[in-house]
Ligand binder design. Sequence first.
Ligand SMILES: NC(=O)c1ccc[n+]([C@@H]2O[C@H](COP(=O)([O-])OP(=O)(O)OC[C@H]3O[C@@H](n4cnc5c(N)ncnc54)[C@H](OP(=O)(O)O)[C@@H]3O)[C@@H](O)[C@H]2O)c1
Length: 271
Amino acid sequence: MYQDTLFDEKIALVTGGRSGIGYSIAKMYLQLGGQVIVASRKQTELEAAAKELSEFGSCCWHCCDIRDVDHVTSLAQRIQDEYGRLDILVNNAGGQFASPAESISSNGWSAVINNNLNGTFYVSRQMAKTFFIPQKAGVIVNIIANMFRGFPGMAHTGAARAGVENLTRTLAQEWAEYNIRINAIAPGIIESSGLDTYPEPIRASFEESRGANLMKRFGTPEDVANAAMFYSSPLSSYISGTTLYVDGMEHLAGHNMRLLTTIREMLNTDQ
Ligand SMILES: NC(=O)c1ccc[n+]([C@@H]2O[C@H](COP(=O)([O-])OP(=O)(O)OC[C@H]3O[C@@H](n4cnc5c(N)ncnc54)[C@H](OP(=O)(O)O)[C@@H]3O)[C@@H](O)[C@H]2O)c1
């Protein structure tokens, strides 16, 4: 749908680009002429994904845990050595688990906040300092989640994603003078590898959500990637600090309590 030269000469970093939504975003940049670096923790899977992606264009990989500032610094150094610049950052890496709030341990809480909020900040800060601010140009796209009416069943990720949404608005204003645009995408339920990480009863509750969605389907990784292409291209050059819901109106009309009800039922059955 976009011109296949849209990202000619552009270098894009996609965290979590080895799977699911991130993979789809990386693939679309490549198909539209960009060069891509995918970064995540699991070397074997990451290397295999980068090899597959190389069929569509120039793609390299770099192991990085976004929670570790030293890893993030070495990722920036690698990009500097390899390309000498960076044009686009997609903060897509993340993860969480379902639990009633009262059962989330302090460690579990910290792990999710660290991954989904702190990691996003560390990568954004490093890439801005190394590339975007000196270049006086850059685009950041933050993949968050639909937590418009709170996130019953995943309080930690709801809080972290709300933090990233607010960070998106703050950084958009602070870094506007450097010609950096920052926007967020809030996916609803997306049929991707991320769903496989949940236990069966929760996956079944997601299935119920499919029928209840006003568009009668889940989102696809390509739905999210299309939005990321828009936000990282000049087509959105006068848009910054915003959030785009890619959720078939789930944030307006979804059944907000279904996940929590399912987890409570699971926990009661286990007892
Ligand atoms: N699928 C959905 O319905 C949905 C809805 C809303 C939001 N989201 C969010 O969208 C993003 C992508 O989701 P997905 O469905 O594509 O899930 P996914 O396949 O599980 O992708 C998550 C990616 O993040 C990477 N990652 C996780 N923690 C990391 C860390 N500390 N450092 C570096 N990389 C890390 C993982 O790679 P490694 O394991 O190799 O590190 C993986 O490639 C996630 O943030 C997810 O929470 C998904």
